[in-house]
Design a protein around this ligand. Sequence first.
Ligand code: GLV
Ligand code: MN
Ligand code: MN
Length: 418
Amino acid sequence: MIQMHKNIERMQSRLEFLYACGLQKDGSHTRMAFSPEDQKGRELFTSWCKEIGLKVRQDAAGNLIARLEGKCADLPAIIMGSHLDTVPDGGKFDGALGCVAGLEVCQALVEGGIQCEHPLEVIVFSDEEGFRFSAGMVGSSAFVGKEQGLNAKDLDFTEETREDVYRQAGIDFPKMLEAKRDPKTVHCCLELHVEQGGNLDQMGLAVGIVSSIAGVKRMQITIAGESNHAGSTRMDQRHDALVGAAKFIGKLPERVRALGNQYTVGTVGSIRVEPSAVNVIPGKCEFSLEIRDQNAKLMDKLAEALRIDLEQICREAGVSYCWQDQLSHEPMPMHESLKKLIQVEAEAHCIPFTQLPSGAFHDSLLLAEHFPTAMIFIASVAGKSHCKEEYSRPEDIGYGYKLLLDTVLAADKIKAFD
Ligand code: GLV
Ligand code: MN
Ligand code: MN
């Protein structure tokens, strides 16, 4: 580990600089996709790439692609990277780690005078988190040519349209799918990321090799009741939209546990009530519903059971509902021989690891449908993520980086992945 101190310190310092780009007036840190803060982070990252001689361009979907040429320019590229956008007041590591580690691999090779046979690319995928317009993995979807059903007129919370926000970020919305990458130009994809759960930390392990990434379904639910006077409307005369929503949300954990397994999760993460006044019965309640699991059939079954629950609850509460499917991605296993390659490297360098599934989604979920793709996790202390307490130890960053570097060098020697 001694000879890696410089690399670890450089990655940590870059993570701090990127975090600082997200500083808000209230002291929180957010690089929301396509915001000025996100843009600042991307510009900083671009400047680091250019300092070491990488060529940087932005594709039609806003993905930043930094390229280090290999000895054979026409060989397909080894892709590393992740995302730089964050959730509100997110941590320092989610996404950013994979970007700075990919850059560190390139920088270490440049400084060591080593040129791979294959070109190396570090890609910062745009809008991975997806909380602004409720989609996620926007850049990686376009990169694999997957139409996500995004709407140009979708509004964010400031009522800006998707197409306007994208235009300001240099993206022409109708042309986004031009970012589609020819699979013949990609050798493999490797994403280093923090686990965002507590498994590795509990097991005392630095590194995880991801077996598969959970699928995700997102729905938007609107319950319509009747606004009325909160003082003069008797309890038996009410059609309270929020009461209907609350009953459904209260039942959700029990339903998920009954139908699911240890990996099945269901979340209502955002909710809006109208008119939202202390003395008015809520006439409308809108909320997000998300379910995730490693099994696509189980996700379908759970979604249907939840819809039936909602229907029954709404009937009893005298309100109506609208269920809108917003996003659906099936679970995705990682590439077998690429996983094996990571394992061989971990064993060869005595890096303590295990295999584990990912409950969070990642750009690799999309990449894996089209390119040989694998992910390396490092431990998240106490399993904290999507919050400012997110933390990974420097030594684990070192292990993750080393494994990424060694896997890149091993992948460089392979002619083609099956
Ligand atoms: C992305 O981080 C997600 O899993 O929501
Ligand atoms: Mn992430
Ligand atoms: Mn995230």
